[in-house]
Design a protein around this ligand. Structure first.
Ligand code: DGT
Ligand code: MG
Ligand code: MG
Ligand code: MG
Length: 283
């Protein structure tokens, strides 16, 4: 292409590459979903159809972007993890975030009628924001994932109790809020059980734990695994570059794998120990 006098404008583009050799998380979140949930009469506190739709859209994101290792979703948000060795789009943040957000949004709208067959979508249509954050160590990444799952638990226990007080106990939302003010988890568990005969432990896993989306291969028996190490140093990575064929083969293997949706504890080691491929740099 011939140069033109206009081409200098390219100089205004700013680099925005994510730090190399770090775990990148792209978190998306529904815009104004409090209002959106009311508009479509989402059940309170949890609407199974809405969560299944979020999960189905997230699953398609993993199918279309084999570079994503794992994703975790709760409420109107989803976190997508890119392996620290990922070089997709030269790790340019804006390209990664915008591709993930638009792929997710496109599928959310495309799949809406499967999960809400009686309720056509009308404008304003759902949209999502997105951001990318880099975590330099595996511990930081694990802590990030744990943070989201703890948040899910705390919010769900609160919301389950809050809506039980209203829907089953006949309280107003102000009364329910006051009743729960200053209570601990133990108190909410007891309140649910003594007043409503609800054992929180028996609530559906999808509500208590959120959703994990990942590629499934063979499970590793506990105790026989090689723990995914904290990772190679930059020097080691530079010393053993993956050949292009290796990278292509790994991507092919990932593309063929089954992408599953589970509702498991991702805070404890067990989940990760049994699936060492998630954190190793193998597919
Ligand atoms: P934002 O993210 O700043 O644009 O504002 P929102 O309104 O999306 O707030 P956010 O993301 O902090 O909270 C998510 C909202 O979505 C929250 O108000 C509850 C609602 N939501 C998510 N899932 C469900 C559901 O299954 N049932 C109901 N009733 N509401 C839900
Ligand atoms: Mg938000
Ligand atoms: Mg939101
Ligand atoms: Mg949210």
């Amino acid at each position: 292409m011939a140069n033109s006098k206009y081409e200098y404008v390219k100089l205004f583009e700013q680099p925005d590459q994510l730090l190399p050799n770090t775990w990148a998380v792209v978190r998306i979140d529904g815009r104004g979903f409090t209002k959106f949930a009311n508009k479509y009469n989402f059940e309170k506190p949890n609407d199974k159809r809405a969560l299944d739709l979020m999960n189905a859209a997230a699953r398609q994101v993993l199918v279309e972007l084999p570079d994503i290792t794992i994703a975790y979703g709760v409420s109107d948000e989803y976190s997508f993890v890119l392996h620290k060795t990922c070089t997709l789009f030269e790790r340019r943040a804006s390209k990664l975030v915008s591709t993930i957000v638009s792929t997710f949004t496109a599928y959310y709208i495309f799949l809406w009628s499967t999960y809400f067959p009686e309720t056509p979508l009308t404008a304003p249509l759902p949209s999502f924001d997105g951001r990318a954050v880099c975590y330099p160590s595996l511990q930081n990444l694990r802590d990030y994932m744990s943070w989201r799952q703890v948040d899910c638990h705390i919010n769900n226990l609160y919301n389950t109790t809050f809506w039980a007080l209203i829907q089953l106990g006949g309280m107003s939302s102000t009364e329910a809020g006051e009743k729960l003010n200053g209570t601990f988890s133990k108190d909410k568990n007891e309140l649910l059980y003594s007043q409503f005969n609800i054992n929180y432990n028996n609530e559906p896993e999808i509500y208590k734990k959120g959703s994990v989306v990942f590629r499934d291969y063979e499970l590793v028996e506990p105790g026989t695994h090689n723990t995914a190490s904290e990772g190679e140093s930059i020097a080691e990575l530079a010393a053993q570059p993956q050949s292009k064929t290796q990278v292509d083969n790994d991507r092919k293997r990932r593309t063929k794998a089954r992408v599953v949706i589970e509702h498991l504890d991702i805070i404890r080691d067990d989940f990760w120990d049994r699936r060492p491929w998630l954190l190793s740099n193998k597919p």
